[in-house]
Design a protein around this ligand. Sequence first.
Ligand SMILES: Nc1ncnc2c1ncn2[C@@H]1O[C@H](COP(=O)(O)OP(=O)(O)OP(=O)(O)O)[C@@H](O)[C@H]1O
Ligand SMILES: [Mg+2]
Length: 390
Amino acid sequence: MTLRAASPGQRAAQVAEPLVIAIAPPMLSLLASAKRVAAVQAKVLVTGESGVGKDLIARYIHAHSPRARAPFVAVNCAGLSETLLESELFGHVRGSYTNAHCDTMGRLQLANHGTIFLDEVGEMSPRMQALLLRFLENGEIQRVGSDSVVARVDVRIVAATNRDLTKMVADGQFREDLLYRIKVVHLHVPPLRERPDDIPALVQHALGRSGGGCVLTPEAMDALQRYTWPGNVRELHNVIEQIISFAGNAAVTVDDLPRSVMTAAPGTVTRTRERRRQVSDDIYDALVSREYDFWHHLQTLFMNRDVTRHDLREVVRRGLQVTAGSYRGLVVLFHIDPLDYKRFLNFLSTHDCRVDFREFRAMRPTVVARPSPFARASVPSDPLPIADLV
Ligand SMILES: Nc1ncnc2c1ncn2[C@@H]1O[C@H](COP(=O)(O)OP(=O)(O)OP(=O)(O)O)[C@@H](O)[C@H]1O
Ligand SMILES: [Mg+2]
């Protein structure tokens, strides 16, 4: 007897812990819940709009569960006809239909001891819903074309949908008993428009993945934060890809953004910009007044992602306005030990927070020019030229 997986690309895969970017409180609390629920066996229903990260959360749960070393197997319940979906889930025996040349293992069996992710579970036909319910009750696998049970499997179920299953139950489109079985724990992924604080970090990550040196002006980032993102994170990735392909390594302005993003409501821009300005202004003031130590406070906040790359750049930008583009002056202004000048430059470069000093060169310095105990001469000359920063 030959036995193989249901389709060539179908392999049970162990997943590495996925990177889930979360800065906004609702996402942080979602991740905390996901981690908690991962530790137990409860079935989880993940809901949320299209492209919001449901798949990612399902993988995150698996990666944090005691089953992490066992397979994570995903099935998209929407993409297949009823017969194919049954065969994908339960497998089939040779000759059960045309082209069924050998006995084939289904994905539920492939996921044994691991997690099965039933994506778009709301799209299952009534018959498939009944088959799934039966499986949830007894864990038995009966392949298409066979009337005997071939195996009992132990899988954890994580399901996802962007449909309102409760309404579907009320409309008679989804079985209430199945809903109760799959929704022991419910995790809702909020849409991106409800967590604009995540946008700068998601954008930076997407830009970083591209490997290019493209940066967004603060106004362009504001526009991205006020846009409503109907396609959520997936759409954001597409927009960034589009931007990169047009902008190359240049600074991206509002005019470079796709039309849909640019036409978002103007009022939000001001509010978002004001809020972000406030964060960077507070940090700047704390550094200048010595309330914050650059390494002890700001670096820690940044590494914990409490301060975004954009905020840090804004702090640098504000400082460069004061020092007329001098990074050595920034060391003085922020009360950084002069011996740490190179470390400071490296830190900014490593985290892509360098700001081109040239636009500030024409300005008159407002702080370093005044008589100060931190005269330029007190900063040792360094082999790394400032031009290396740009
Ligand atoms: N918080 C996040 N951090 C990093 N990447 C994310 C995040 N959320 C979503 N993504 C990325 O966005 C894309 C869409 O996410 P995903 O496929 O998980 O969404 P979905 O809700 O399952 O979408 P659909 O409803 O279309 O199935 C993926 O490339 C995913 O890696
Ligand atoms: Mg998905």
